[in-house]
Design a binder for this molecule. Structure first.
Ligand code: MG
Length: 310
């Protein structure tokens, strides 16, 4: 088997002012990151994650490599947040798929609630298990999947990249088959439309990755577009793996840098909308950010006082 066509699309949606999602669609790596944090910190976090994965992926394959790439991305975001008080508490989800054509497998690594789906033989399967408050409540039997869909805290995630020095990454591998279609998406898709609607868009797009990506983003916006929505789609086809040079990116394709989409407009600072759950459904990230600002102000005041005293 080998990878065939691929497509990726990101959209701000109908409610948000900024797009804090980022993606990678650069064989053999396909990934989505959904950032969170005040001001533009969410964008910074998701961009850092996408860039870190893409820069370090060359020559790497397998689950251990995916986990290591994600941990490196975590480290980069965490250190950036420590160095920049305005970015304190920022974080991002990441879901990354790394295709090993020779082995016929796809290694998946993820943190947060961005999802990977597989469409095979006309059926849709969710490959990743969300690291979210409602998903945990559903898994423990305290919430039904239907209640989870309407839950006011359905966007609260329980694991994120960049909020702590270490991160636990879930990894697994899928044996790929020709005809498989893989989707990676942010919760702006999966929280707006149900799985059966995702499948019907895939079916109606006749397996064209471009058509699927456009159709899914449109469907999410038609359903309200309450969040940024990002979809990365690729297909697996029959055939021998391509040689290295043959697999080189098409010069007409957008560059990786261009593919990492960031809203250009600078909007006024907004409160974080996707706090990480730390000790309950509270806003751990917000307190951390507030604490950092207070500390920074105190330090600045002391410095000025010390300067004047001299
Ligand atoms: Mg989102």
């Amino acid at each position: 088997m080998r990878t065939g066509r691929a497509s990726a699309l990101t959209d701000t949606g109908r409610r948000r002012m900024q797009n804090e999602d980022a993606f990678v669609c650069d064989p053999p790596l396909y990934a989505v990151a959904d950032g969170m944090g005040g001001a533009q910190a969410g964008e910074i976090a998701s961009r850092l994650a996408a860039a870190a994965l893409e820069e370090r992926v060359a020559g790497l394959l397998g689950e251990a490599a995916v986990a290591e790439l994600i941990r490196e991305a975590n480290d980069r975001i965490y250190r950036h947040a420590l160095a920049d008080p305005a970015a304190a508490g920022m974080g991002t989800t990441v879901t990354a798929l790394l295709v090993d054509e020779a082995a016929g497998t796809i290694a998946v690594g993820h943190v947060g609630d961005s999802r990977a789906y597989l469409v095979r033989d006309g059926a849709l399967e969710q490959l990743t298990a969300d690291h979210s408050l409602v998903a945990e409540l559903v898994r423990s039997g305290r919430l039904t999947p239907q209640e989870a869909e309407q839950h006011p805290h359905r966007s609260v995630i329980t694991r994120a990249l960049g909020t702590e020095a270490d991160v636990e990454v879930d990894t697994f591998s899928v044996a790929a088959e020709p005809g498989d279609i893989y989707l990676v998406c942010s919760d702006g898709l999966s929280s707006m439309i149900r799985d059966d609607e995702i499948l019907s868009v895939v079916a109606s797009a006749e397996a064209s990755p471009d058509g699927i990506a456009e159709g899914l983003v449109e469907a999410a916006n038609r359903a309200g577009g309450e969040d940024n929505v990002t979809v990365v789609v690729f297909e697996i086809i029959a055939g021998e793996p391509l040689a290295e040079d043959a697999a080189a990116p098409d010069p007409d394709e957008p560059t990786a840098e261009a593919a990492i989409t960031v809203a250009a407009a600078v909007e006024p600072a907004a409160a974080p909308e996707r706090p990480v759950k730390r000790h309950g459904p509270g806003a751990g990230g917000r307190w951390l950010a507030l604490g950092a600002i207070v500390l920074a102000l105190a330090a600045a005041t002391l410095l000025v006082w010390w300067g004047l005293a001299r």
